[in-house]
Ligand binder design. Sequence first.
Ligand SMILES: [Zn+2]
Length: 127
Amino acid sequence: MHETPKRVFEQIEQERPPCERNALLHDHVCSGPPDGLLKNIYQMEHAWIYAGKQIIKKWAIIRTCWWAHQGPGLDKKINHWISLGHATDEDLKEFPRRDWEQERRYLNALYGKPVIKNNQMHVMQTG
Ligand SMILES: [Zn+2]
């Protein structure tokens, strides 16, 4: 099992909003489990499995609250979409067994084009 280096998590924490899904979609109120016992409600999600393993690259990890990661709001498609917003074509070339171009077209048609610049995120409405 590959482990994500701690520094990658630290970079992500510094560079990204606490819940990337909310920053892009504004579709929920960030929350932790109902028992209220979780001190930090923000988590990291490895969005992709490739050849049976998690992709442990920075672009493939997204930051969300518990609700959107382990709670009722989990939506793998949205997480895929967000992570592809971080990935460059170079990044994706390392994982040639998947048609990323098609994946991206499909997800952007569903949710819009994610624009991520200097930690600012928004969705460009298409079509
Ligand atoms: Zn959230």
